[in-house]
Design a protein around this ligand. Structure first.
Ligand code: ADP
Length: 492
């Protein structure tokens, strides 16, 4: 009984002294408070959560039954023993009806009294433990409601007994449609993949790694990373949706294949031209020599562009990109890009790259290299995706709060359903739609991200089979006149 705390209420002070002595002797470590009147006793009961209360039933003022009523109101869980006079059966019955735990008749049979009190204290202890466990369970349940991982509990019969909101969110299956059913009936494919899920005997962060498994839900393939922990009556499974990660991994795999292909084409052209130039058995006329050197130069530039796209995409992803700010003349940048792209595509006689520029923009502060990169990517695409030739036009226009670049072509165009997605990382239209033109799928992603970092944006207007125009709007911040003469692009 160590740590048990009880209260004895009796107006008979002799008994109030004798009872505790007898109890302390028999119940080791018990702590006993006493009170000779009901009013004081109730104050104590309010202040202390006693393990049991013993009260005489007959007292002046508020009697034992009154005390019992108050205890039921204040501390409904505290077991109360009432002491009744000899032969007061009616009172005893009333006490029990009123919710007393037990009654003890005078003269008190010590053995009976101690045994009854012990049981009362034990009952209260058990109740407390149950209450603590209930609170802990409630807390766990609440925690489960808020974790990001899907969690479900399968009992020994194989039936789902718990399904948290994250599980609902990830799978789209509401608890109502899942609880009490077999896992394999709820998650198609579970019968095959379920047995592959590692189930640990105890929760252990260093335990077996979760298994990534495909499940088909609602016609869609869902990749879940699942692990389980056994508990007394079943298994708790936790899972995470890794579908996107998996798609990205697949995309990366494809990307590596695409890039190595992308690099191989210009390399083959460079290698072939160099080999031809080196051949001593061949006498090349100056025109052919120039053409071969042009191929080497333009294909090397192409390689450089691919390499810098990959590097830049990586820098953008890691968030390490810093924009420079130099005084630049936008008109000059556009002219340079157009010149560079004309040289780069000398062999595309079917394409004309034209420039149109409205004046009056003056100098701005911007990151010239990044601007150039955006424009080069757009012009490169315009030419690439115009397999039938045509006119590529680069425009620069002053707008009320900024500038607008437009790169238009008369090429294959882009279906409306793809016009948003093409700006995604690694996103490429399938070869049939892009007429087999090669690329890394990084160009437009880079354009979008760079423009965003300059507080601007990129979008496309396109008609399939007629051509596309890509726009880049960038804000120009005009600082107070007295401080600076130049405007600023992209404060990023
Ligand atoms: P890449 O050209 O290397 O594939 P981009 O990110 O530059 O990658 O472009 C993504 C996709 O958008 C291309 O695969 C192509 O299908 C489409 N696209 C881009 N520019 C044009 C354009 N000017 N005309 C038609 N389609 C285009």
């Amino acid at each position: 009984m160590t740590g048990a705390h009880i209260l004895i209420v009796d107006d008979d002070t002799a008994l109030l002294e004798a009872l505790p002595r007898a109890l302390k002797f028999r119940l080791d470590g018990i702590q006993i408070d006493t009170s000779d009147n009901a009013t004081e006793a109730l104050v104590r009961i309010e202040q202390n959560d006693y393990d049991a209360v013993v009260s005489d039933i007959k007292m002046p003022g508020l009697d034992g039954l009154g005390v019992l009523r108050e205890i039921k109101r204040l501390r409904p869980k505290t077991p109360t023993l009432l002491i009744t006079g000899h032969g007061e059966h009616d009172l005893a019955v009333q006490a029990l009806r009123g919710g007393a735990y037990d009654f003890v008749q005078k003269p008190i049979d010590r053995d009976y009294f101690v045994a009854s009190l012990e049981r009362a204290i034990e009952l209260r202890r058990l109740e407390r433990r149950v209450e603590e466990q209930r609170l802990a369970l409630e807390l766990h349940a609440r925690v489960l409601e808020h974790v990001d991982d899907g969690i479900f509990l399968v009992d020994d019969e194989g039936l789902i007994q718990h399904w948290n909101p994250a599980a609902h969110a990830v799978t789209g299956l509401a608890p109502d449609s899942v609880l009490g059913r077999r896992t394999e009936d709820v998650l198609p494919g579970w019968a095959t993949v379920g047995p592959l899920v590692p189930v640990a005997e105890t929760p252990d962060p260093g335990g077996p790694a979760p298994k990534t498994l495909p499940l088909e839900l609602d016609g869609k393939e869902l990749w879940l990373s699942v692990s389980g922990v056994r508990f007394a009556d079943g298994v708790v499974y936790a899972f995470r949706n890794v579908t996107e990660q998996r798609a990205l991994d697949e995309l990366k795999g494809e990307f590596v294949a695409t890039v190595s292909h992308e690099l191989r084409t210009p390399l083959a052209a460079i290698y072939g031209s160099a080999q031809t130039l080196r051949r001593e058995d061949l006498v090349l006329d100056p025109e052919t020599r120039t053409r071969l050197l042009d191929v080497i130069a333009s294909e090397s530039e192409r390689l450089t562009r691919i390499a810098s796209d990959i590097l830049l995409a990586n820098t953008l992803d890691s968030g390490r990109l810093r924009l420079e700010r130099q005084r630049v003349d936008l008109g000059a940048i556009v002219r340079e890009v157009v010149e560079e792209m004309r040289t780069s595509f000398v062999d595309r006689q079917d394409i004309s790259i034209e420039l149109s520029e409205t004046g009056g923009l003056g100098a701005v502060d911007a990151d010239a290299d990044r601007l150039r990169q955006i424009l080069i990517n757009l012009v490169d695409n315009a030419v690439k995706y115009s397999p039938g030739g045509g006119r590529v036009r680069v425009e620069l226009e002053a707008r009320p709060n900024g500038v607008r670049f437009a790169v238009s072509d008369q090429g294959i165009g882009i279906p409306p359903s793809e016009q948003q997605r093409i700006f995604g990382k690694f996103y490429r239209l399938d070869p049939a739609q892009s007429r087999g033109v090669r690329g890394t799928g990084l160009g437009l992603y880079i354009c979008r991200e760079l423009a965003r970092r300059m507080q601007g944006h990129v979008w496309v207007d396109s008609q399939e089979g007629e051509g596309s125009t890509f726009y880049v709007d960038l804000p120009v911040v005009r600082p107070a006149k007295e401080r600076a003469r130049a405007a600023v692009i992209g404060l990023g």
